[in-house]
Design a protein around this ligand. Sequence first.
Ligand code: SF4
Length: 381
Amino acid sequence: MITRLYIHIPFCQRKCRYCAFVSKKGSASEIDAFVDLLMAEMRQACRKSAPLHTLDSIYLGGGTPSLLQPTQVGRILDLADQLFGLSEGAEITLETNPGTVDQSKLAGFRVAGINRLSMGVQSFDDRMLSTLGRIHTTGQATDCITAARRAGFNNIGIDLIHSLPGQTLEMWHQDLRQALELGTEHLSIYGLTIEDNTDFAERYADHDSLVDEDLSADMFETADSVLTSTGYEHYEIANYARPGFRSRHNSGYWKRDGYLGLGPGAHSFLRCSDYGIRFGNTPDLDEYATSISGGELPRRDRIELTREDALAEFMFLGLRMADGVRSSDLEREFGVSLWKQYDKTLDELVGQGLLTADNEGVRLTKRGMLLSNQVFGRFLE
Ligand code: SF4
């Protein structure tokens, strides 16, 4: 079953220094040609994939999907509706770079069917934005949120990054204060990581650890206390939402809902065998174009999950959410009790203060959220 559609737009105006996502600079004609390819892929995938069900969410990510024109977004969404159908009130998100939109373009996206914006703000400090190589200023980001409100968006999320080179705890506090003033419905908070094949990887190659781990932990805890004390729910390790505004699409990933990914580098999870099938599209745009033009889907790295794979995923994805993993859900899907399956591991993690347990199930403690990779690794042993 597939209820979610992810669409990857592989173009950016300029590469940010920390970014390892599949994206490149694209001219207007390249973007236009890509939209045609994407729509051809959608038609082919609809014919060849497992049965699809009415979509509950569509997420246009990238790259920079807000480089598309509203008419192009409208064509993509109309085709998705025509082929798969959209459920009443489906969540339709567009990742938006504040440097690529104005009031009229945002109004056009709203008319095209977008009802949620996820804005890559990253910092409210122009020095930090320049270090990251972002194309926008703080002023453009705040103007963008105001313009989005005027255009009728009442579901806006922003991304912020902490643990940046040269960033102090006070600077991070200021970022959070500014975010609170803007009052967006959703916030995603990430600590900077240095990814391979990025400018940052070269620039900071000699630094074992760019950021002091204690400072990074303080920044995580500061975000948690500032945002939860002002009414945001900390519903996933990196995500906060006003009640009723959790990201339905991303929650679907953590709950292992089936989803179809279109576009170069996009991943899919089809719930069409016992434990599901995962695969990814080629990240190479030329290879992607050749496949689609030849009538072939550009899928690679197909993995049919075993029961062990699926159980491990169920645990480490489910534990990302503050609600944690419910014993009854695991029993329904795998026919085994949580305690029977993971008895020793759970006891140890609870003993180390990384998990908390009750009759319903288990969830990460705040310390467990900070050391989540250590916890998740235990379910992969
Ligand atoms: S705008 Fe986003 S996807 Fe594009 S280079 Fe920057 S971080 Fe990467």
